[in-house]
Ligand binder design. Sequence first.
Ligand SMILES: NC(=O)c1ccc[n+]([C@@H]2O[C@H](COP(=O)([O-])OP(=O)(O)OC[C@H]3O[C@@H](n4cnc5c(N)ncnc54)[C@H](O)[C@@H]3O)[C@@H](O)[C@H]2O)c1
Length: 310
Amino acid sequence: MKITVVGAGNVGATCADVLAHKDAAHEVILLDIKDGLAEGKALDIWQSAPIDRFNTKTYGVTNDYSQTANSNVVIITSGLPRKPGMSRDDLIEINAKIVKSVTDNIIQYSPCTIIIVVSNPLDVMTYQAYLASKFARTRVMGMAGILDTGRYRAFIADELNVSPKDVQALLLGGHGDTMVPLPRYTTVSGIPVLELITKERIDSIIERTKFGGGELVKLMGTSAWYAPGSAAARMAEAITRNQKRVLPCCVKLEGEYGLENIFVGVPVVLGKNGVERIIELKLTDSEKDQLHNSAVSVKEMMEVLDRMHS
Ligand SMILES: NC(=O)c1ccc[n+]([C@@H]2O[C@H](COP(=O)([O-])OP(=O)(O)OC[C@H]3O[C@@H](n4cnc5c(N)ncnc54)[C@H](O)[C@@H]3O)[C@@H](O)[C@H]2O)c1
């Protein structure tokens, strides 16, 4: 198994490091356009192999896609991160060009690969990779839901002073302020969360989750990388190990949830073929409304991209 991570910045390098520590592939190729950056970070990760006892070989390359040939999975993290005051929408134009050129290069050497997009604005960049690759929808997906549920679960664990391992949750919709966390599907070791936390507290945790990315941008002056890198690695590992994990991922809907031709987050089964199944939940009217509102805002951003291409 071979995984390529494009972009050796904060998220890409963290993702490569997590993949190596998980021994999720035989080799991980890290690629960046900055001379020596990917080589240096890949070498640094490899030097932790004897200490942390993993076998995954990490290689770094500067813009040489021939070295990525026959990758089973490619994770695209190249692009600008959000700066304070910058919305995800502001990033569309710059990052779409980067994601398009990266996808064109990747598919030339790995025509059978599975693509995981991380670059923001996430739902639209996943659409961009889908358009450029012309792959089936099962082979192009975006990472957002695992990160967003990670934040939501961490806040619930703090609130209840319990292990984050025991908090299970689901979340739907676009990656942004319109995401739809589902308290009805949130449990602590099987106990419905609403039996443990008041509705008011859950609502304030949901609000904090919706703006969880912005909270970190404000603190650090750039967007997060540890949890995003781990979340993307989790998806790649589910594919390389054919784990059939049920994870919230950004995928193209073709009628599911009453939505057509749109990339939004829903629970899917991830295995060796990529998105092997989309799980359709029975939503309440209010949940349906929230999902459809989220879809409207994603659709508006997808139309920005369509106009750029027309
Ligand atoms: N989906 C999510 O939930 C999520 C979470 C965090 C960050 N992000 C996004 O991920 C992206 C990366 O964030 P980061 O913090 O790692 O940024 P970063 O600036 O640290 O790294 C980006 C890297 O991409 C490289 N790059 C730029 N153009 C390239 C190209 N054409 N080919 C190869 N490499 C190229 C840059 O040289 C840089 O090293 C941003 O768009 C950010 O908004 C998404």
